[in-house]
Design a protein around this ligand. Structure first.
Ligand code: DP6
Length: 328
């Protein structure tokens, strides 16, 4: 194992879950309570450079040009410790990361962030992990990062321990024309992180066990829909699954929601479009932004409809993106 003598750069795209991960069985290893399934998106990504240097006495983390405080870089430094353990090295690292994702706005920047960090840090430390092992490593940073190692449609197999919980590709380069229209309704930092929100659901929602059985069924249905390229089945099931997840926030104690007034307006607009005969479905993660799953041929028309309501800048059309890439 040879530590790289120059910065290693990795680029990973974010992903949007069609069947959500919402709850952990193991908070340390980030073993989820259910299987989940996502689409990796081409427009939103993180690019991260990592170099381990004998001259450093502490890890140095630069995020979008700013040096992070010890508190802000804690998750990154904890993650680097996993990489050091795995590689058997002791050097501190310089991490320089740029996010091409509206941060903490429900566009899951921790997914692309920890996937890129896993790729760059492991190779910089001299490890040459295959994609399954990279997805296991990324999982230790953030659950959704597990899936961002792969492109297109990706599943995260729940597993039961570190060795068995990893992502795998279902259809890396979909041949059917799928698009996601992302509505950036606010770029403000969310009040309740997914980490805290899902823990509350596991510990307090009386609906939690129903969520597990429903989402395991949704997982099978969406997988079949992808295999058969059945857009309506995929869209309908994804929308139902998203609302089931959000029902967990409403039924937690204390209760909370990620919806704001514009989210509800946008969801109703999606239903109006369906009544007009345009097949499209919504999904939302741990933030107020709404993502609309549609067929590529309808994407521009749908985007225009939402641009009239929310403004041109707030509406982004994105397509399935590729998996991680890592420099030599
Ligand atoms: C709603 O991956 O951010 O986006 O593992 O605690 O870092 P941690 O959580 P995170 O949660 C993502 C939740 C979600 C659903 C999903 O992406 O599957």
């Amino acid at each position: 194992m040879v530590i790289a003598n120059h910065p290693i750069i990795a680029k990973a795209h974010t992903n949007i879950a069609l069947v959500k991960y919402w709850g952990k069985l193991d908070n340390q290893l980030i073993i989820p309570q259910n299987d989940s399934l996502s689409i990796t998106l081409d427009e939103f990504y993180t690019q991260t450079a990592v170099e381990f240097l004998p001259s450093l006495t502490a890890d140095e983390v630069i995020f979008d040009g700013q040096v992070l405080s010890d508190q802000a870089s804690l998750r990154v430094r904890t993650f680097l410790n996993h990489v050091r353990d795995l590689a058997g090295i002791d050097y501190r690292a310089k991490v320089d990361t740029k996010n091409f994702v509206p941060t903490a706005a429900g566009l899951a920047s921790s997914a692309s962030g920890f996937a890129a960090l896993a790729g760059a840090a492991s190779r910089a430390a001299g490890l040459n992990l295959n994609r399954r092992d990279l997805s296991r490593l990324a999982r230790l940073g953030s659950g959704s990062a597990t899936r961002s190692i792969f492109g297109g449609f990706v599943a995260w197999q729940q597993g039961h321990d570190d060795a068995t919980s990893f992502a795998y590709p279902i259809d890396e380069q979909p041949t059917w024309d799928i698009a996601v229209v992302a509505l950036v309704l606010t770029a403000k930092q969310k009040k309740i992180s997914s980490r805290v929100g899902m823990r509350l659901a596991v510990e307090t929602s009386p609906f939690y066990s129903a969520w597990i059985s429903a989402s395991q069924a949704d997982f099978k249905t969406v997988k079949t829909a992808i295999q058969n390229q059945d857009f309506e089945l995929l869209g309908h099931t994804s929308e139902q699954n998203a609302m089931r997840m959000h029902a967990l926030t409403l039924s937690s104690d204390p209760n909370f929601t990620y919806f704001n007034a514009d989210s509800i307006k946008a969801m109703n607009m999606v239903k109006d479009l369906r009544l007009q005969g345009i097949p499209c479905y919504f999904t939302m993660d741990a933030g107020p932004n709404v993502k609309i799953i549609c067929q590529g041929a309808d994407a521009e028309r749908i985007a225009q409809y939402f641009q009239t309501e929310f403004g041109e800048e707030q509406v982004l059309v994105t397509r399935p993106g590729s998996g991680i890439s890592i420099s030599d």
